[in-house]
Design a binder for this molecule. Structure first.
Ligand code: SF4
Length: 461
């Protein structure tokens, strides 16, 4: 059992999206470099950092819950709160008794010194600035990534689309792209540690390179990342339909290391609801893009996000959205009940949909999503696909799970020694959320050296 020096223990809790997970990795890197030891969030620590989310009301509520958990567990420790909830509602967060420090997105690089200052001060410290003054990407390279197999690399920050339901632009500010050389250097570091797959993420990935002096497109960056020795897969986290260029489609269709998986957030399949959301495309344009993608990559995994119960959504609009989603035949759907976010136009729109109606529509859309996922999975039964073996299946010992390039979750019988290798698996049967398969050849690539596992809760919202 490692004895950790008092005064040098820090624990983290992350809520929300992949970008937040990456931001936490940045702060962990800074603490490690300052000689701190990262301990489990449910263990005693001298500093607790809660990286919050506010994309939904539930996200903000869960953030408050994790903050209070830390304060209750260790009242003498420093409780520091960062993330989007802090950036958009600093007064609310600062008002929670026991919070010692609140830090906005622009001051994440000062997290260690601010926490050490908070240790010396009685009164809470506020380091939250106007995020719209941010002009540069907050460059804090990570040394490593806590998840075992797939590493998330942040390449872009911010969004200025202002969809009427979305709080994110108010939390993250203007679009800011990261220096491609810094991205490549980080991917090289991660590859040297044995990471095989890199997930390129950002708040509005499609606007990469459109705001700065780097004469680098997203496609060029993806190609360069795929050329880094040791990297077997490059995956995009999410992108808007209008940013899916023919160049990107061709790259995904022809490059052996670029995953044929696109997370295209649709949000609604109703033209009139899309207009009220001020989404930058119509359902017709979305359909044309999907047809283009499928004409070149029929096996592409197309996943999406759908909001149900947007203000004013009639039964007819909900039916229209369901019909459109069925027509698009997505391979996986994340369904969200509309959640009014204070400060966004949709929060004060008339005809807010009653809770019970929203819940019924959520159930319907989820059921449709499950049906479409099974249809997509069943298309690949009998085929052999490469699976990046990530972790032991939590259902059975001696079974591993991982994703195919087109984002099918596969479970197959194999020993732990194959974790983090690419395994050819013949898909044999559907099972709940995954497809069961059997090994159909030798694994590719070497496993990663095992290392101590720290409990870093990543709380979904
Ligand atoms: S594109 Fe719309 S939904 Fe996405 S982050 Fe920007 S404002 Fe939010």
């Amino acid at each position: 059992m490692t004895v950790v020096e008092r005064g040098r223990r820090v624990a983290f809790c992350t809520l929300g999206c992949k970008v937040n997970q990456y931001d936490t990795e940045q702060m962990m890197t800074l603490f490690r470099r300052a000689g701190y030891t990262i301990v489990d969030f449910d263990q005693e620590a001298d500093i607790y950092v809660i990286n919050t989310c506010t994309v939904t009301g539930r996200g903000a509520a869960k953030s408050r819950q994790m903050i209070r958990n830390a304060i209750r567990r260790s009242p003498m420790s420093v409780v520091a709160v960062t993330g989007c909830y802090t950036q958009t509602a600093p007064d609310e967060v600062a008002a929670i008794p026991g919070v010692n420090l609140i830090v906005g997105h622009q001051d994440r690089h000062r997290i260690v010194e601010l926490c050490e200052e908070a240790m010396r001060r009685e009164v809470p410290i506020r380091a939250v600035n106007n995020i719209w003054q941010a002009r540069e990407f907050e460059e804090i390279p990570i040394d490593t990534f806590s998840q075992a197999t797939r590493a998330v690399v942040k390449i872009q920050e911010g969004c200025n689309v202002f969809c009427t339901f979305c709080i994110i632009p108010y939390a993250r500010g203007k679009p800011r792209s990261r220096d491609p050389e810094s991205v490549l250097a980080e991917v090289e570091r991660l590859a040297a540690q044995g990471y095989r797959e890199v997930v390129l993420t950002g708040i509005h990935v499609g606007s990469y390179g459109k705001d700065v002096r780097y004469r680098f497109t997203l496609e060029e960056l993806m190609e360069r990342v795929a050329e880094v020795p040791g990297i077997e897969r490059v995956r995009l986290s999410s992108i808007e339909p209008r940013h899916v260029t023919d160049r990107l489609i061709d790259l995904m269709a022809n490059h052996p290391k670029i995953c044929r998986h696109l997370h295209l957030s649709l949000q609604s399949g109703s033209e009139t609801v899309l207009r009220r959301m001020k989404r930058p495309y119509t359902a017709r344009e979305f359909r044309e893009k999907v047809e283009r993608i499928r004409s070149v990559m029929p096996d592409c995994g197309l996943t999406t996000d759908i909001i149900v119960g947007f203000p004013g959504e009639t039964e007819a609009e909900h039916r229209e959205s369901m019909a459109f989603v069925r027509e698009m035949a997505f391979s996986r759907i994340h369904v969200f009940p509309f959640s009014p976010r204070q400060g966004t136009p949709a929060a004060t729109m008339p005809d807010q949909v009653p809770k019970a109606v929203k819940e019924a529509r959520v159930r319907e859309m989820i059921a449709l999503g499950d049906e479409l996922q099974r249809q997509f999975h069943s298309r690949f039964l009998g085929q052999t696909l490469l699976v990046l073996a990530e972790e032991e299946a939590d259902t059975e010992e001696g079974w591993l799970e991982g994703y195919t390039h087109n984002y099918i979750r596969v479970r197959f019988r194999a020993g732990d020694e194959l974790r983090n290798t690419l395994v050819p698996v013949r898909l044999t049967e559907l099972a709940d959320d995954v497809v069961v398969g059997e090994m159909a050849g030798r694994a590719i690539g070497s496993t990663r050296p095992d290392r101590e596992r720290i409990w870093l809760p990543v709380v979904g919202v």
